[in-house]
Design a protein. Structure first.
Length: 380
């Protein structure tokens, strides 16, 4: 098994996949090494833009395509009987292990284990599934054999930390696809992305910076833009430009933590190369190479409160929206009015929320959220 990469390496491959579809495999291989897994499967279905639907598998290259397709058909055949998928539908957005679903002996008696997982060497699974809209579905799973042992709570938390980055990568990919297909004449389609994004050339000259990036520049703390060029602190400027040039020249993503004079947490910077050619088109030898520089301010949350609640407790979009309002002091009646639904609908959703959070009363529910380590870390 390859050496375990650091988390930033995985994130780099992930953001690189937004503009370079081949990097999805690099992401899955790096993720497998990070989680001590022998294989992984990523599936993303986009009904609105079928061209963006993907399904990639690593770790099973020793099987022929026919065997892989047979396994996929078997998975579809047994999906409704698969206790893992039933659990994922009940707790969308929340990472889980197969050992969280039911006792090991009971799981090994299931058809999905006997007819699909065991024959393919899969003993343990670490998974997450979610849908941000009715038009899309995303699932990510990592697999271990018996000799590697089960996934840990730490592995579940690690997968949880990947989810907001995966969401953003797919959102960026969608916007770049729209831009590439002439649905918008400028980079303004990228303006509303929550991540800072700067398009630069090999000299660090900015061609476009979205609102989140401009907000970081405005602080003049660790990264600025001067005469149209990215400007880090003097001791890191040469390193930043070198990473940009190397990424453009060789296509490998790079990363750097840009230290701030204020003492605030460093700005996390990931650099990937923008694809200059699509499909089977001949290489454009006069195209100006560019890089995408993704910026994340650790003092700003990667997820909205609603998305965070979905991930912590496995809530649906509607359930998380109601719970967020209750946490911020709204009553069920006010939450119903805010959401434009009947009070009876909110009460039904509350019953489901109580069940998923192992609570029985609203004060207990709110306290459970406020005392959650992940939620508390977000508020710091």
């Amino acid at each position: 098994m390859p050496p375990r990469p650091d988390f930033n390496t995985i994130i780099g491959h992930l953001y690189d996949a937004a503009s370079n579809i081949a990097s999805w495999l690099d992401f899955l291989r790096a993720g497998s090494a990070y989680f001590g897994a022998f294989g992984a499967h990523l599936i993303h279905l986009d009904k609105e833009n079928p061209e963006l639907s993907i399904s990639y598998v690593v770790g099973f290259e020793h099987h022929s395509l026919d065997i892989q397709r047979t396994a996929m058909r078997k998975q579809m055949e047994l999906e409704k009987e698969d206790p893992r998928f039933n659990h994922a539908r009940r707790f969308p957005n929340m990472p889980f292990r197969c050992t969280d679903v039911m006792p090991v002996a009971e799981f090994r008696a299931s058809r999905i284990y006997r007819e699909l997982l065991q024959p393919n060497g899969i003993e343990y699974s670490l998974m997450v599934q979610y849908s941000d809209t009715p038009e899309d579905f995303t699932g990510l799973a990592f697999f271990r054999g018996n000799e590697a042992g089960p996934f840990s709570d730490e592995d579940s938390r690690g997968l949880g930390e990947l989810i907001p980055h995966l969401r953003r990568t797919l959102a960026i990919q969608r916007r770049l696809f729209q831009l590439d297909h002439g649905l918008d004449a400028s980079y303004q389609i990228l303006e509303s992305l929550p991540s800072g994004l700067v398009i630069v050339d090999e000299q660090g000259r900015s061609e476009f910076a979205n609102a989140a990036a401009r907000s970081i520049f405005a602080e003049r703390d660790g990264l600025d833009i001067s005469t149209g060029k990215l400007l880090a602190r003097p001791q890191q400027q040469a390193e930043l430009l070198a990473i940009i040039r190397q990424t453009i020249d060789h296509g490998r993503p790079g990363a750097i933590a840009l230290v701030r004079a204020s003492g605030k947490p460093a700005i996390q910077c990931v650099v990937t190369r923008l694809a200059m050619n699509r499909g089977e088109a001949p290489a454009n030898l006069i195209a100006r190479p560019r890089a995408a520089v993704y910026l994340a301010d650790p003092t700003q949350p990667l997820e909205t409160p609603e998305q965070l609640l979905q991930r912590i407790f496995g809530l649906t979009h509607a359930e998380a929206r109601i719970l967020e309002r209750l946490v911020y002091g709204r009553t069920p009646e006010q939450a119903a009015s805010d959401s434009g639904v009947e009070l009876s609908t909110v009460r039904t959703q509350l019953k489901s929320i109580f069940a998923k959070t192992n609570t029985t009363r609203q004060p207990e529910l709110v306290q459970r959220v406020l005392s959650s380590p992940i939620w508390m870390a977000r508020r710091v």
